[in-house]
Ligand binder design. Structure first.
Ligand code: SAJ
Length: 445
């Protein structure tokens, strides 16, 4: 009797006699490719970025929380290789798509990377193949966008019978060491029950807990709910800051005190705004999809309004403290400490520090920054370099704005060296005010 595609895949997954393609070798794809090859699968990483391909094939990791040694041994043993050529898919029976899903300038989803990957897979789709989309996207992408592309190219192949299609959202928290690809529970939905069964078999060979849901749409929405939960609660934390500003109270003191409640409360802290390529972006995928259905996701819209207004609030704080010294912001030396979107990472994507620097520059301030994780970057057309001598920069600054609380800084020392500090991260703990004033003895005597 002819072995079904399902049985053939099941057998090859169990015997590890399977080559897996991971499309997109970023902070999600490379750890996933590594995890699959560590349990014995042959893995082909596919990325359009030749530099990433070269580094992987030389066993050099460009992901902050992955050691090169781990990568090198897998590459040397022949378990893992990278290429920019999609025809490698001809020898692959499993494909995980881990490509970026940013926003367009209009604020609408940009799933162009998913479409390119889907079209490439469609050209190489063959019986006994399983495809798992991991990229965060709006509900319906898998069945309404990807599946029709596959059917168009391979009309004779039936999903759930000849090939299998699932959605399983990534849950990588960049910089985190305790929760990894292997031990973070993974939600998965299949286009058909057979798709889900095959997807679970494949992923359970490398991930400790796979959480099945009833459809790919449910899995797509689950991810968006996770990140919308964070964006809305961070928006609430930032509104608590605005409320405390009106009441003359310290927002961190209040939030930390609320955080002592052992149940029914989850602590989020005020900050400079919302950064990263996930939390500011993913909720927009959900609100965009709902608008096409004639519904306004009001919590998402309100959280976005508050979070995106924070850079302007903090620049206003700098203006106010300088004003009390009789100094205009125009012409003042402002040092921004930390520009990455969150502590202990070097990622600048959507970082609110960039908005703060732009606002300061547009108001005529002389801007500088220091960030050990970001040696250089472009602010529009202006190339900015992290100041080499932090002590000297602190001495010259009329005001310091702390935007990212990297753990490498000696915060009490930095505060002592600064003349004025506007601290968006309460780096001295909640007993301090967000706006600190120090008479610098060396100047005033
Ligand atoms: N932020 C605050 N206050 C807070 C928490 C965060 O202002 O209380 C800011 C951060 O500074 C940062 C932004 O919000 O600019 C996003 O922070 P994040 O901690 O959510 O960091 P991400 O985007 O790197 O990672 C998140 C994951 N984070 C956590 O679960 C803690 C998780 O939501 C997703 O797995 C991941 O995005 C993703 O890839 O979707």
């Amino acid at each position: 009797m002819k072995t079904s595609a399902f049985d053939a895949l099941k057998e090859r997954i169990e015997s590890r006699d399977l080559t897996i393609a991971v499309i997109g070798l970023g902070y999600v794809g490379l750890p996933l490719a590594t995890a699959f090859s560590e349990v014995g699968f042959r893995v082909v990483g596919i990325d359009v970025d030749e530099k990433k391909v070269r580094l992987v094939n030389r066993g050099i990791s460009y992901i902050e929380d992955m050691a090169s040694e781990r990568l090198r041994s897998l590459v040397d043993q022949g378990f893992l290789r990278a290429t920019s050529q999609f025809d490698a898919l001809d020898t692959c029976d499993a494909v995980s798509i881990c490509v970026p899903t940013p926003l367009r300038k209009t604020g609408a989803p940009d799933i162009s990377h998913i479409l390119s990957a889907a079209d490439a897979i469609a050209e190489h789709l063959h019986p006994g193949m399983i495809v798992v989309l991991e990229s965060t996207t709006y509900p319906g992408t898998t069945t309404e966008v990807i599946l029709p592309r596959f059917h168009r190219e391979a009309e004779n192949l039936e999903v759930g019978q000849d090939f299998f299609l699932c959605f399983s959202p990534e849950r990588v928290d960049p910089g985190r060491k305790d929760w990894t690809t292997k031990n973070t529970p993974k939600v998965m939905g299949g286009v058909t029950p057979e798709c889900l069964r095959v997807g679970r078999m494949l992923y359970e060979s490398v991930i400790e807990s796979v959480v099945p849901v009833s459809s790919t749409e449910a899995a797509e929405l689950t991810k968006l709910v996770e990140n919308t939960f964070r964006a809305v609660n961070i928006g609430l934390a930032n509104e608590v800051l605005l409320i405390c500003d009106k009441l003359g109270l310290n927002a961190w003191e209040v939030v930390e005190a609320a955080g002592t409640k052992p149940f029914g409360f989850m602590k989020f802290l005020p900050g400079p705004g919302l950064g990263g390529h996930c939390i500011p972006v993913d909720p927009q995928y959900l609100s965009w999809k709902l608008r096409t259905l004639g519904y306004t996701a009001r919590f998402i819209e309100l959280a976005t309004e508050i979070n995106t207004a924070m850079p302007k609030y903090w620049v206003g704080c700098v203006q106010d403290v300088l004003n009390e010294e009789g100094k205009p912001l125009r012409g003042s030396n402002i040092l921004v400490v930390g520009v990455a979107y969150k502590r202990d990472v070097g990622d600048l994507r959507e970082s609110p520090a960039l908005d703060i620097l732009t606002l300061l520059r547009d108001k005529g301030a002389k801007i500088n920054y220091h960030d050990p994780y970001v040696p250089v970057f472009k602010l529009d057309e202006l190339e900015m370099v992290s100041v080499a001598d932090l002590d000297a920069a602190l001495a010259e600054a009329d005001c310091v704005l702390i935007a990212t609380d990297h753990t490498s800084y000696d915060w009490p020392a930095l505060h002592k060296q600064a003349r004025l500090v506007v601290d968006t991260r309460a780096t001295l703990g909640q007993e301090q005010d967000a706006i600190m004033r120090y008479a610098w003895a060396g100047v005033r005597g």
